[in-house]
Write a protein that binds this ligand. Structure first.
Ligand code: IPM
Ligand code: MG
Length: 357
């Protein structure tokens, strides 16, 4: 059956890395009898430039009709001065919300070949395999009221941290179910010593845990979690946390693996329809130079095959191909180390395609 994939390259390095990921999809199509129909649309700054909207209606419509979405990255300094609703990031937040992609899976795995690339000692990160489940459609990212206004003669900026119990419950279920397929350890991260929102989060996670007696549930304040992630990251199996804490912790976790250029993500709705994107940004400083690392986006394709298309074998083939090119010594600049073979974005994509054959 032909799967419809909406391809949204976005801004900065987005188009370059997406191009390499599409090569991988096409290679699978030729070799594995998989069938994809790709349709491209604008998002972020590209959406604003083309249609005056970081999430044009046509893009949203295409994304809604697709089986899965592949996204590059959004944002760039040229858009920083736009009215807030027109900024690229708002397009990304809106598509997440409109498609109800509340469960954001961000795996942090260290490929043994990249132990050198991590700034942490090899023994601290060797064998690392964590899954961060970040809630993606709630929290201070979306809570109302929000704004900047004048109060008592000075400007104040404000946002609202807010979670309903149903929002916490559904992401907690996703996290427990993932934990059941892994080492059956789940750490819920919040700031319940200070925030009411976190207090409720913790209560609801404990309620949900009754349905998963086999999973060992622990709780950690986010400041401690940040410290533990760099002190002894291998203590974690699955982490579940809110939108903003997950945003921050997943960037920290990425450095354990050597480079943020290696981390893919899946954003899923209730039915495993998903949007797949690298966790890194649009890196405008290196855009168009053919030096970006496409592996996070290619690994996002693997997550698409696994989570939305339920094709574990094809996902595994992509994962294996990535492992193989690392073994062969191919490195983009961000993961380069002595004695390895430095390649650009295109060459890295080509190497993965060759490794798939
Ligand atoms: C991410 C990014 C986004 C976020 C930005 C670009 C809006 O940092 O996906 O982690 O904060 O969610
Ligand atoms: Mg982020």
């Amino acid at each position: 059956m032909t799967k419809k994939i909406a391809v949204l390259p976005g801004d900065g390095i987005g188009p370059e890395i997406v191009c390499e990921a599409v090569k991988v999809l096409q290679a699978l199509q030729n070799s594995d009898g998989l069938s994809f129909e790709l349709e491209y649309a604008n998002i972020g700054g590209a959406g604003y430039d083309a249609e005056g909207d970081p999430l044009p209606d046509s893009t949203l419509k295409l994304a809604k009709a697709a089986d899965a979405i592949l996204l590059g990255a959004v944002g760039g300094p040229q858009y920083d001065k736009l009215d807030r609703p027109l900024r690229p990031e708002r397009g990304l937040l809106r598509i997440r919300k409109e498609l109800n992609l509340f469960a954001n899976l961000r795996p942090a795995m260290l490929y043994p070949e990249l132990a050198e690339a991590s700034t942490l000692k090899p023994e601290v990160v060797a064998g690392l395999d964590i899954m961060i489940v970040r809630e993606l459609t709630g929290d201070v990212y979306f809570g109302q009221p929000r704004g900047i206004e004048v109060r008592n003669g000075e400007r104040v900026g404000f946002n609202t941290m807010l979670y309903s119990e149903s929002e916490v419950r559904r992401v907690a279920h996703v996290a427990f179910q993932i934990a059941m397929k892994r080492d059956k350890k789940l750490c819920s991260v919040e700031k319940a010593n200070v925030l009411e929102c976190s207090e409720l989060w913790k209560e609801v996670v404990i309620e949900v845990s009754k349905e998963y007696p086999e999973v060992a549930l622990s709780h950690m304040y986010v400041d401690n979690a940040a410290m533990q992630l760099v002190r002894a990251p291998k203590q974690f199996d699955v982490v579940v946390t809110g939108n903003i804490f997950g945003d921050i912790l997943s960037d920290a976790a990425s450095m354990l693996t050597g480079s943020i250029g290696m981390l893919p993500s899946a954003s899923l709705d209730q039915n495993n329809k998903g949007m797949y994107e690298p966790i890194h940004g649009s890196a405008p400083d290196i855009a168009g130079k053919n030096i970006a690392n496409p592996l996070a986006t290619i690994l996002s394709v693997s997550m698409m095959l696994r989570y939305t298309f339920g094709n574990e074998a094809a996902a595994q083939r992509v994962d294996d191909a990535v492992r193989k090119v690392l073994q062969q010594g191919y490195r983009t600049s961000d993961i380069m180390s002595q004695g390895m073979r430095r390649v650009g974005c295109t060459e890295m994509g080509d190497a993965v395609v060759a490794a798939l054959q």
